[in-house]
Design a protein around this ligand. Structure first.
Ligand SMILES: [Zn+2]
Length: 304
């Protein structure tokens, strides 16, 4: 189902993230979530997250090794395993309200008693999940008053904790230093991702923002880099980092005059580049993506 959606959207030349995610949530997620009431809190749930990440990375034309947290951040998504956990808790609440003579209820009571004797099972996962997110009292009471209200609060708690962990990872890792600079300015507004832009322009923009482009500092990040292979292939003087490539390198001056507003090129620094990347002005974003596309084309011809 996922590959079919990707193929059709490409055929229709539709690169809208909203459309893709809506199709994913309505056509793919129900399939991968099938039966998650039972396995949603197991380690097995991690497998469906692989499908989710594959979908996001494939749609954004990113390498599968791109850091997951950057992909979640750019698309404003949280892992779909959170939905599995919610489905599990909802089913548990349904069991707690069932008549005593129903078979699922009887089976649950067996699991509950086994858990009380220290045997880990499905009921133990539910118990641990509730205690982990501060809802131990719900387990102690074996139920809640209004299920829909509780599920809403539980869902919010899961999402809040998830974003807190995400923020913590982005803020503390050196790998994301550039990303966190412009992300903190734009306050999670990613205009470019929702803009109607050519696929190849959007792709180069995403790769540059996420630090997975062909730029030396990106390319050699996980490879054995020496000072020599980080040198800019154009001017052969400076280290080729994001600021040098977009705002400084003299060889790209003509291209820069054409596409980058002069105010960003005065006193080039990380902050100026962050302002440029965080811009919500569609014209500036479009021109920046054109600059990146053309500059990388020139770079390819020089290197090859
Ligand atoms: Zn240069």
């Amino acid at each position: 189902a996922l590959l079919c959606i990707l193929k059709r959207l490409r055929m229709l030349n539709n690169n809208s993230v909203e459309v893709f995610l809506k199709l994913f949530d309505s056509q793919v997620q129900p399939i991968v979530q099938y039966g998650s009431e039972l396995w949603g809190l197991d380690k097995a749930a991690e497998h469906i997250e692989k499908v989710h990440l594959f979908a996001l990375k494939k749609f954004l034309a990113l390498d599968m090794r791109t850091p997951n947290d950057l992909v979640y951040g750019e698309t404003d998504r949280f892992p779909i395993t959170l939905n599995s956990a919610i489905r599990c808790i909802r089913y548990w609440l349904k069991l707690t309200c069932m008549d005593e003579d129903r078979l699922p209820r009887k089976a649950y009571l067996m699991l509950y008693n086994l858990d009380a004797r220290g045997k880990r099972n499905w009921a133990s996962n539910v118990r641990m999940q509730l205690f982990q997110y501060g809802f131990g009292f719900v387990w102690m009471n074996q139920g809640v008053g209004v299920v829909s209200n509780f599920i809403r609060v539980f869902r919010e708690r899961l999402i809040d904790c998830r974003w807190q962990n995400w923020e913590d990872h982005i803020q503390t890792s050196d790998r994301f230093s550039m990303y966190r600079k412009f992300n903190s300015i734009s306050h999670c507004t990613k205009t470019y991702i929702t803009m109607n832009m050519d696929r190849h322009l959007k792709c180069i923009m995403t790769k540059f923002r996420l630090g997975v482009s062909e730029l030396s500092v990106h390319y050699y990040r996980y490879r054995n880099h020496t000072e020599e292979n980080l040198i800019c292939p154009f001017c052969k003087e400076m280290k080729e980092d994001e600021v040098h490539f977009v705002l400084c390198c003299p060889v790209l001056d003509d291209l820069r005059k054409q596409y980058i507003p002069p105010k960003f090129c005065k006193n080039p620094c990380c902050f100026r580049l962050s302002l440029l990347l965080a811009s919500t002005n569609q014209e500036i974003i479009r021109k920046l993506s054109l600059f990146l596309y053309k500059a990388f084309k020139i770079r390819d011809t020089i290197i090859s």
